[in-house]
Design a protein around this ligand. Structure first.
Ligand code: URA
Length: 259
């Protein structure tokens, strides 16, 4: 039997359809899906917005970035990097956070996911992606045989929860960039998945996730795939189709690398 059509693949496809909201084989009424997406939700660039190279903003205290670079470069392994972040005092968000959220999953895994910032559950648990979006992320990964228990490493751009789950500010992103770069260098993944705009802005210096998604880029010499953030997919189920295509891209890239 064609391996693309075996029981497990077909079952995964069916489950994905259910995730998309399909609850019947054929609807009675045609749906014009082009009309539904005229208005993009908050925090997501409208579909028509071009992917742009954005100037990375220098914070008023350029010394905060210099201190971040020095601390990050001095870390010889992941534990040292975690400690360096814990000792970094230039980011205001640290004061309002309960915990440092550094990473989860398997260090050294072929796949490394870079998300945005912890929410309430992550702040409490000290682990990234444990809330609703995280549970959905786990399901997404499961569709292509990936799991944080076995073969995925996960981190965020920002290790401290921003108040009201606001997007990290440009100067905060600049401070974290050296740490993220070092994190990738130490974890040595074969590929990166960049979840959402903040991750793309930090790692690639580009914004416009709806345009960037699904197109391979390079980050510090490592292939990087921008994807729609799972929290966005929960709010916008019609975008799950694009996420499924991107997951298959990841799967294909991993197989390519394994050949
Ligand atoms: N969203 C993220 O980007 N990261 C988390 O850890 C949780 C939600």
């Amino acid at each position: 039997m064609d391996s693309a059509l075996d029981f497990h693949s077909l079952r995964a496809l069916l489950e994905w359809q259910v995730e998309l909201g399909a609850d019947e084989a054929i609807g009675d009424v045609p749906v014009n899906r082009y009309e539904a997406e005229a208005k993009a939700p908050q925090g997501v660039a409208p579909a028509a917005a071009p992917a742009a190279n954005v100037a990375l903003v220098q914070p008023s205290g350029g010394s905060a970035v210099a201190a971040a670079r020095k601390a990050a470069e001095g870390a010889g392994d992941l534990e040292a990097l975690r400690a360096a972040l814990g000792a970094y005092e230039h980011c205001e968000l640290k004061r309002g956070a309960r915990n440092l959220v550094f990473s989860d999953g398997v260090p050294g895994a072929r796949v490394m996911i870079i998300g945005e910032a912890p929410g309430r559950e992550e702040d409490r648990a000290g682990r990234p992606f444990v809330g609703r979006a995280g549970q959905f992320l786990d399901r997404m990964l499961g569709f292509i045989g990936l799991s944080r228990d076995e073969n995925v490493y996960i981190t965020n751009v920002m290790p401290w929860r921003p108040p009201q789950n606001a997007d990290p500010k440009p100067d905060e992103i600049e401070m974290m960039r050296p740490f993220v770069e070092r994190h990738v260098a130490l974890a040595k993944p074969d590929l990166l998945i960049l979840m959402g705009n903040t991750s793309c802005q930090t790692v690639l210096g580009k914004q416009g996730i709806t345009r960037l998604r699904g197109q391979w880029d390079q980050a510090w010499g490592t292939p990087a795939l921008p994807m729609l953030h799972p929290a966005y997919l929960l709010r916008m189920p019609s975008a799950k189709r694009a996420a499924w295509a991107d997951l298959l891209e990841v799967q294909a890239k991993l197989r390519e690398g394994a050949a």
